[in-house]
Ligand binder design. Structure first.
Ligand code: HAM
Length: 434
């Protein structure tokens, strides 16, 4: 196939065999978010480029080199969203959802786009589930967000394999004082810094703390520490977050190098990381952004949120073998019909079954076929039972029900009892697709 007729590098199809796992994940996430009373918001995937420049920050990797930006037919510069916070902030401002201190607890999910070098766990189109909360300034909500993710990790069975890293970046005033001290210190070691860090020293010095370069890291050991520059408000806020995590028994490590890659953060920042995925080990990240709304032209409004990478979490479920076995079963009942009369009757009865048991996954054999070929298809469909309708059964107003996954004998049911019988049979079965 010619290259231009293939998917774009780093942008993946989710194939039919993978989508049950996506739906399972989405179902779990929505369940947890619902249980904490969060409401879903859906934003467009394209926004004016200016929105991301203003919010994420001019001197960030995302804005400098990762955005999919193009001029539309009106000559407006548009960008495929690289993340959801900026769009969510725009939406709540635009629709007056945060006016007069109105509290909003929102979540969203969908594709994000970053022109990064693709590798395992890093894609150019990837999916996030994100949460944003407005007008709740206290540490209780920061802790709630973390507890919510913690609950999700438990629900997915991966809590033992993730670590919570926590830091406080303070207010912009305390960060400015720290930045000055850091620049002062690093300038004395300028020649030894890696090239990226040399560049960042003048544009975005806090990002030097993120450097993976061994020499730069060695220099950073003796660098001034952000926590020593925190103002009183940030300090007590951070203590409040930690006290709540301690009270709830959520383990964490303090990482005073954690600065995050987007510029809008203040006070609490956090990341959930894992060592099960290789280089792309951050499965979720977020923090507080109390100055962002004002910076985008709104009234002072506090904000806090996070986003998790869906592909990375699904990779984790696969790596840790936490994919529930029942996801492999896509069909409950496969309806085999033999002969023209039986095929017509099957259409009628399949629809009656669907009327009576909407949650039952029923597949009707298509395209006829011999006894052998229909059973082969029934078996491949993953169904637990086959319904068997032929000339003989029709004459007796009956139908055969054959278990496909164990040695139990086939039974014959009166057609009039069929829906009632299936309903009872599947009522007790826990169906994850519900
Ligand atoms: P972020 O750290 O840039 O934060 O992204 C959040 C998560 O998205 C990452 O932890 C990772 O799991 C996933 N992710 C990021 N880039 C990729 C990629 N190229 N391929 C696969 N997964 C990826 C944000 O986006 C902020 N908006 C989070 C936030 C919300 N902060 C406050 N509110």
């Amino acid at each position: 196939m010619s290259k231009t007729l293939q998917a774009i590098r780093g942008m993946n199809d989710v194939l039919p065999e993978q989508s049950p796992l996506w739906r399972y994940f989405e179902h779990k996430v929505a369940g947890v978010l619902d249980s904490y009373g969060y409401q879903q918001i859906r934003m467009p995937v394209v926004e004016f480029t200016e929105l991301f420049r203003r919010s994420i920050g001019e001197v960030t990797d995302i804005v400098e080199k990762e955005m999919y930006t193009f001029d539309d037919r009106n000559g407006d510069s548009l960008t495929l969203r690289p993340e959801g916070t900026a769009s969510c902030v725009r939406a709540v401002m635009e629709h007056g959802l945060i006016n007069n201190g109105l509290v909003q607890k929102l979540w969203y999910t969908g594709p994000m786009f970053r022109h990064e070098r693709p590798q395992k766990g890093r894609y150019r189109q990837f999916h996030q589930v994100g949460v944003e909360v407005f007008n709740l300034p206290g540490p209780d909500i920061d802790a709630e967000l973390i507890l919510m993710t913690w609950r999700l990790w438990h629900a997915l069975g991966i809590a033992d394999s993730v670590t919570l890293e926590l830091n406080s970046l303070g207010t912009s005033e305390s960060r400015a004082a720290y930045r000055a001290a850091l620049v002062d210190y690093l300038s004395g070691h300028f020649e030894q810094l890696d090239e990226d860090s040399q560049r960042r020293l003048s544009s975005n010095p806090l990002r030097v703390l993120d450097s993976k370069d061994a020499t730069t890291q060695a220099i950073l050991v003796a660098a001034p520490r952000l926590e020593d520059y925190l103002d009183e408000d940030s300090r007590s806020h951070f203590a409040g977050v930690r006290a709540r995590l301690d009270a709830a028994g959520v383990p964490y490590v303090l990482n005073n190098r954690l600065v995050r890659g987007l510029d809008y953060y203040s006070k609490t920042v956090f990341e959930w990381t894992t060592d099960k995925l290789g280089a792309q080990g951050t499965v979720c990240g977020g923090g507080r952004y109390d100055a962002l709304v004002e910076q985008m032209g709104g009234k002072p409004t506090t904000g806090v949120g996070f986003a998790m990478g869906v592909e990375r979490l699904l990779l984790m479920l696969e790596t840790l073998e936490k994919v529930p076995a029942e996801l492999q079963q896509q069909v409950d009942v496969y309806f085999c019909a033999f002969g023209e009369k039986a095929e017509l009757a099957a259409v009628h009865w399949a629809e009656r079954i669907r009327d009576a048991i909407p949650s039952l996954r029923l597949q009707v054999n298509a395209g006829g076929g011999s006894f052998k070929s229909q059973f082969k298809k029934a078996d491949r469909s993953t169904a637990a039972y086959a319904l068997i309708l032929g000339e003989d059964e029709l004459n007796n107003h009956s139908i055969g029900l054959k278990p496909l996954r164990n040695d139990t004998e086939q039974q014959t049911l009166a057609l009039d009892d069929l829906t009632g019988y299936l309903d009872a049979l599947f009522a007790t079965a826990t169906r994850s697709h519900a």
